[in-house]
Design a protein around this ligand. Sequence first.
Ligand code: NDP
Ligand code: 2IT
Length: 451
Amino acid sequence: MQSEYLRKVIEETEAKNSYEKEFIQALKEVLSSIEPVIIQHEKEFRDSALLERLVEPERIVSFRVPWTDDKGQVQVNRGYRVQFNGAIGPYKGGLRFHPSVNQSIMKFLAFEQIFKNALTTRPIGGGKGGSDFDPKGKSDREIMSFCQSFMNELQKYIGHDLDVPAGDIGVGGREIGYLFGQYRKIRNTYEAGVLTGKGLEYGGSLARKEATGYGLMYFMREMLKANNISLEGKTAIISGSGNVAIYACEKAHQLGVKVIAMSDSTGCILDEKGIKLDVVKQIKEVQRGRIKEYLNFVPSAVYLENNGSIPAVYTLKADIVLPCATQNDINLEAAKLLTDKKIIAVGEGANMPCTNEAVAYFLEHKVLLAPGKAANAGGVATSALEMTQNSMRDAWTFEEVDRKLESIMINIFRQIQEAEKEYNLNRNYVAGANIAAFKKISAAMTAQGII
Ligand code: NDP
Ligand code: 2IT
């Protein structure tokens, strides 16, 4: 590393947050790749402590969430909201309900979100929240009870011009409904734009549910096109079978890609004839079951249980790999295995699904890598479109929202290409995305003074 200033900021931030490994991982990936811009503006950034301010969240709240289960037993979880950077607009980012949630995971997600949101070109800053609550196996009544208690506290910190949460792992339409209802009851006002991912009956946007997965495939099409490769006729494997995975699969099929495998945290299904998505939707969206149940509908498919350090889905062979589950799903070992199988491209539907070592390996071996903060930005971009519709008290058609989403994804790829050209990045789209986003964020922060 050439920049003394950059090295110092990374070292000091790491020392100060040494117990937050996911946050440090995200920080290092971003900061190391924006060095060419830092070098150009080193004195200005150093004098205004721009990087020191960038790595310190504007605000973090952590709170107690007591709720009562169906047996009458009181349970206590921990809730979070990280409001990382509001220079470009109200804090915006999802809520994650998963037992693994802790402050490090919240901070890495919120940090990534600042850059992702900048790339969308919509006026939204970066935030994230959630809880270590585990929705698996809970009744609807328990989910509602938890969501209401969570909102009792969260409502103090959010608002349509302040901070606008949405879904993420474990938070979908059902949870957003309960959260919105409680916010409305407590505030005694119909503030539609305070949450996105709402139901269509009460202010939600058409195509928001589909947006992250669809956007991922629009981005992949652009990236491959720039490398003279067509998506059509390719095969793909997808990790995960939640919101992002399902709609990535749907758009992949529409674009002529055959998806042969999907997974959940216990294992994957392989269907060489092409995944039957209506079956996956029935299992995951209606029954809230396990991916293994696919075999009850399609007996010719194969189920592979996870065992060992690589999720089973990554031991399969395909042209395109779409990690749409969770962070650090692809480690170096998995990256080597996939590269040996001659994959063409990886599209990060999830946030930080590849370890930094895996990213470096893919880049070194010329696997085209679509970084999450660009490739999965379609979800939050469409959330911003939902906010716009809420402000206008209007509702656009599916086609209108989808068209806007597509042009946002094309524009994100263009911004990355411009950075690629300007800084000679040679198809390193990870660096391209980080640089394009950082230029915008640093300009907004500089313009607003030292705050
Ligand atoms: P869902 O809760 O709908 O689905 C998550 C999927 O990932 C499930 O199939 C889940 O399996 C699987 N999974 C596997 N391992 C894990 C693990 N260790 N922890 C959590 N989940 C695991 O979430 P989404 O589809 O909304 O989110 C998937 C990813 O995409 C996340 O990284 C999220 O941050 C990112 N993302 C989401 C956006 C959105 O709009 N929803 C936008 C941009 C990014 P199981 O059921 O077995 O837990
Ligand atoms: O990671 C993400 O971008 C999301 N979970 C979506 C956030 C949003 O506000 O729609």
